[in-house]
Ligand binder design. Structure first.
Ligand code: BGC
Length: 245
């Protein structure tokens, strides 16, 4: 079975039909640049362009980089504030003329990793983190998602975690791998103190360079692994959510 997945990110909006049996894209994805400012109307136009690139009629799952409850976007840390308390499901559904499901981007990536990637078959508490412009989180208990956990906004040592330990912070402050890994370690230790997870799955573009920083992280008892689906986790997870998985 195929469902369409769209991932709204800080730099790109990308999507493709997803093969839900394989947990992979059924066709090569199409990507457009995220407009700045990323207002609801402009983003909806981009989503329509991505979906319109394919001959698609059917349900569409869409990720959003903020809290989403019942199709309404509630926060907008790294996108235009016009998304706060916006009925995204109605906006995007009317724009596309198709049934849509909207969910948090990290939750979508986590759903895909748990089914087809690094979290396959894992029980207990699993925390997936996406390290990028912000830090997204998806918490699973025996495979069941606890949505909208927003652990990137925890405060620690006087800093908001995502301002201090995201890959954007690494780039903006030109941190060495060593220095950045130390910040990620402090963050993981804090999460471990709160949740005692079995497993941390580290995602976002930087997961491709896991060999550069994972070996530098010590004092974390839980197993730590890089995400496996990398760039497509959000698209796959969005489609899974739209299929009710
Ligand atoms: C947002 C989260 C999102 C994360 C990654 C954070 O700033 O609050 O909802 O998952 O960035 O995009």
């Amino acid at each position: 079975m195929q469902i369409f997945g769209v991932d709204i990110g800080g730099s790109g909006i990308k999507g493709a039909p997803v093969d839900l049996d394989r947990g992979d894209l059924a066709q090569e994805r199409h990507k457009v640049l995220t407009p700045h400012p990323a207002t609801p109307k402009d983003v909806a136009d981009c989503v329509a362009e991505v979906v319109g690139h394919f001959d698609w009629s059917g349900p569409v799952g869409i990720t959003f980089p903020g809290v989403v409850t019942d199709g309404v976007t509630r926060t907008a840390a790294n996108v235009d504030k016009g998304w706060v308390d916006h009925d995204a499901r109605t906006l995007l559904g009317e724009k596309l003329g198709l049934p849509v499901t909207v969910l948090n981007d990290a939750d979508a990536a986590g759903i895909a990793e748990m089914a087809f990637g690094a979290g396959r078959g894992r029980k207990g508490t699993v925390i997936m983190l996406t390290l990028g412009t912000g830090i997204g989180s998806a918490v699973f208990i025996d495979g069941q998602l606890v949505p909208n956990t927003e652990l990137g906004h925890l405060e620690l040592g006087g800093h908001e975690a995502e301002k201090h330990a995201s890959t954007k912070a690494k780039e903006d402050e030109e941190l060495s791998w060593h220095h950045w890994a130390h910040r990620v370690q402090k963050y993981l230790e804090h999460l471990e103190m709160l949740f005692t997870p079995e497993l941390f799955i580290l995602g976002g573009g930087v997961s491709r360079k896991a060999d550069k920083f994972l070996p530098l992280i010590e004092h974390v008892r839980a197993e730590m692994v890089p995400a496996e689906l990398q760039n497509n986790a959000g698209i796959v997870g969005a489609a899974m959510a739209a299929a009710g998985k």
